[in-house]
Write a protein that binds this ligand. Structure first.
Ligand code: UDX
Length: 447
């Protein structure tokens, strides 16, 4: 397909999914117009400033400037594009259902003369395609095609996930629409899953729910390892070599977070419930995850006794390394628990900048500042630079040399050899305690 044949693509929503999708399609040679409702966002994008943190995205947008444009105008997008991608947010409502209001707004704004095909990339409940078609019909836009084309992008490696996908899922009511979307990915070496719209919508939700289930499973295995003396890292290694299991998403830790897993798991559970089916497994996946975030408190108490007046350093706040995203991050729950226990919480993260998510905690400028005078250092996000804290200087600076490693980031032997007590997740506990006899801490003056 020569450049001139490349489809004109319109994108509704200049958020993380919209910008990554738009920039990657431009990189593949397509002409892309991205529309958003927030004037400041369009302004900064036109000025070359990318309002989100994603590895390599700024450079990709810069490199494809000639094929990428940004607008507030719906007409401009609908007029110039054959394929209109919907990449707006579908956050959870209080009931756990997905809030689709931004999608309905897009539909309401579509010009009557729209000829393009609508392509859903936002994560939506199964059955949304039917509802969209009915809404289009009601607006006299029944001729507008509809395709479900879910994204499987993960933060921190989204460009690679787009350009080297394990599969591209396309659910359509009409074959020509499916082929038009499939052609966009022609130059990618991947598997094409062409199916019906309901199944495409379910593939997205089920995939995320299954990955979250794997994490809750390995976290429970880790908890059993703690009471049986096994090492979950060894267990995961042994399990993962089984081709039927595979090694991905078997990292025990402090619970999953982020803008996708918690939302999609509860949306799928809610969807099932709305359709009369009680999805028991997902209930447990959610419950295990919430408990896993709190298990650190028990580990701290095991070493420190009560936590009132203790100073606890939380190292890493983002829901995973490689992003500044705090959505559903375990750090937020943990900080609140510790403050409720009367502890003083000092938090640090290299890029995440909490606004009021960590009210009551103190933010440190460096990890070393956070651990100075601390009774414990808790690793919450697997930032590799935290490994440098395993040294004599930090041991001397801490009031109690104790690491609670919520990500199994550190090497237990090295930590103990450096004179710290160590508590991982699902790892054999320290054969000896570096703790001095626990004397009552001086009462700390609350700042
Ligand atoms: C996820 C999916 O990976 C992606 O396909 C989907 O499109 C969006 O949701 P993301 O939320 O960016 O992407 O992060 P991911 O790397 O999947 O991690 C999700 C959470 O699970 C993080 O909190 C991470 O720390 C945790 N996790 C992941 C584990 O605790 N153990 C693991 O083995 C893997």
């Amino acid at each position: 397909m020569g450049d001139t044949d490349k489809a004109g693509i319109g994108i509704f929503g200049a958020g993380w999914v919209g910008l990554v999708t738009g920039a990657c399609f431009a990189e593949l040679g397509h002409t892309v117009v991205i529309r958003d409702v927030v004037p400041e966002r369009i302004e900064s994008l036109r000025a070359g400033r990318v309002p989100i943190h994603e590895e390599g995205l700024e450079q990709l947008i810069e490199r494809n400037r000639d094929r990428l444009s940004f607008t507030l105008g719906v007409g401009e997008v609908a007029a110039r594009a054959e394929l209109l991608f919907v990449c707006v947010g579908t956050p959870p409502t209080y009931s756990g259902d997905a809030d689709l209001s931004a999608i309905w707004t897009v539909l309401d704004e579509l010009p009557a003369e729209t000829r393009a095909t609508l392509v859903m990339k936002s994560t939506v409940p199964v059955g949304t395609g039917d509802k969209v078609r009915a809404a289009l019909e009601a607006r006299g836009l029944g001729h507008v095609g509809y395709v479900s084309n879910p994204e499987f992008l993960s933060e921190g490696r989204a460009l690679r996930d787009f350009m080297q996908p394990d599969r591209v899922v396309i659910g359509a009511y009409a074959e020509p629409d499916a082929l038009a979307v499939a052609a966009l990915y022609d130059s990618l070496d991947t598997e094409l899953v062409q199916t019906d719209v309901h199944s495409a919508e379910m593939i997205k939700l089920a995939s995320n729910a299954f990955l979250a289930t794997r994490i809750s499973f390995i976290n429970e295995i880790a908890n059993v390892c703690e009471v049986t003396g096994a090492d979950v890292e060894e267990v995961a290694r042994g399990m993962g070599l089984d081709r039927r299991i595979g090694s991905h998403f078997l990292r025990a830790g402090i619970g999953y977070g982020g803008s996708c897993f918690p939302k999609d798991v509860s949306a799928l559970k809610q969807l099932a419930g709305n359709s009369g089916y009680h999805f028991q497994l997902l209930n447990s996946v959610i419950e295990v995850n919430e408990l896993q975030k709190r298990r650190v408190v028990g580990k701290l108490k095991k070493h420190l006794g009560h936590l009132a007046g203790r100073r606890v350093a939380l190292l890493g706040l983002a829901y995973k390394a490689g992003t500044d995203d705090l959505r559903e991050a375990s750090s937020i729950v943990l900080a609140a628990r510790l403050l409720a226990e009367g502890a003083e919480v000092v938090a640090w993260d290299p890029v995440a900048r909490p606004r009021d998510e960590l009210r009551g905690a103190t933010l440190a400028a460096t990890a070393r500042e956070a651990v100075a005078g601390a009774d414990a250092a808790v690793i919450v996000t697997e930032w590799p630079e935290l490994r440098e804290l395993v040294c004599e200087e930090v041991r001397a600076a801490m009031r109690t040399p104790l690491f609670v490693d919520g990500r199994n980031l550190l090497d237990p032997l090295a930590v103990r050899a450096a004179g710290f007590a160590y508590e991982g997740v699902g790892r054999p506990t320290s054969p000896f305690s570096a703790l001095p006899e626990t004397e009552e801490p001086e009462p700390r003056v609350r700042r």
